[in-house]
Design a protein around this ligand. Structure first.
Ligand code: 6PG
Length: 252
């Protein structure tokens, strides 16, 4: 695994770097396999990236007709709900591109039965990636965020989703939010060709320091589970989130 940690002044500088990496990953995947399969992230940090990707100079470099859009996790709400990750990605990215509905694979989080939604998405991944029974999908790129207590995807501290049970997608009860989530598992993330964490805000500084410089305790800090087995890992961090890091990271 190759890991790069870069500090930037703010979210828009993170987004610039992420957009360049996104275009590079898309072009390379299309060159090599004719398709770019990306898992998009939820939360709010990715919005700045999406705004860049739909505008020049990035827009004309993206192979929209060869892209397949997936989701790393979803909140237990219908797709038109203000908390829906799909809704955010659709409003800020997909709807502003020529990407067609049959290129978009969303998690059916409107189902009351979250186990059904998780199994349904697992089947979607198996079908789209033409997987043999125990194989993992390999995303060309997975975008991730990190919560201020170290969660990523919907892998929250101390939850059942952290257990490696051979599943690609699981439902998970997140007690502190009193809600269910549906999430890809860490082994799925770790099989990606590239992973980009975008992390901004001073509230994330202690957890980020612990994730990168503290002992390996992923039950407390699930972001520590993210270690691609044969891929590149980028931490793009703003100076506020990176404010407690003690080592000398490359500054921009
Ligand atoms: C979600 C996410 C989650 C998110 C982090 C960071 O559905 O909430 O996928 O893992 O990426 O919570 O969110 P922000 O970018 O809003 O800080």
């Amino acid at each position: 695994m190759s890991r790069t940690i870069e500090l930037f002044p703010d979210v828009s500088a993170i987004a610039q770097k992420a957009a360049a990496l996104y275009v590079e990953a898309a072009q390379q995947a299309v060159r090599e396999r004719g398709v770019f399969r990306v898992a998009m992230a939820g939360g709010s940090t990715p919005k700045a990236l999406h705004a860049l990707l739909v505008a020049e100079p990035f827009r004309s470099q993206l192979p929209f007709d060869k892209m397949q859009i997936f989701f790393g996790d979803e909140r237990h709400v219908p797709p038109d709900h203000s908390d829906s990750n799909y809704r955010m990605v659709n409003e800020t990215f997909i709807s502003k591109t020529p990407i067609k509905p049959d290129q978009v694979f969303r998690i059916k989080a409107e189902l009351a039965d979250t186990e059904k939604a998780a199994l349904d998405y697992e089947q979607t991944l198996k079908t789209q990636f033409a997987l043999k029974p125990t194989a993992l999908p390999r995303f060309d790129l997975m975008l991730l965020g990190m919560g201020n207590e170290g969660h990523t995807l919907s892998l929250f501290p101390g939850t059942t989703a952290l257990r490696d049970n051979g599943r690609l997608v699981v439902r998970t009860w997140v007690g502190k939010l009193f809600t269910e989530r549906i999430t890809c598992t860490a082994p799925v993330a770790n099989n990606s060709a590239a992973i980009i964490f975008m992390i901004a805000g001073a509230d994330k500084a202690p957890a980020l320091k612990a994730v990168l410089e503290g002992p390996f305790e992923p039950e407390q800090l699930p972001s520590q589970l993210i270690k691609p087995s044969n891929g590149k890992l980028f931490f793009l961090v703003d100076s506020a989130a990176g404010g407690m890091l003690s080592k000398e990271w490359a500054a921009h």
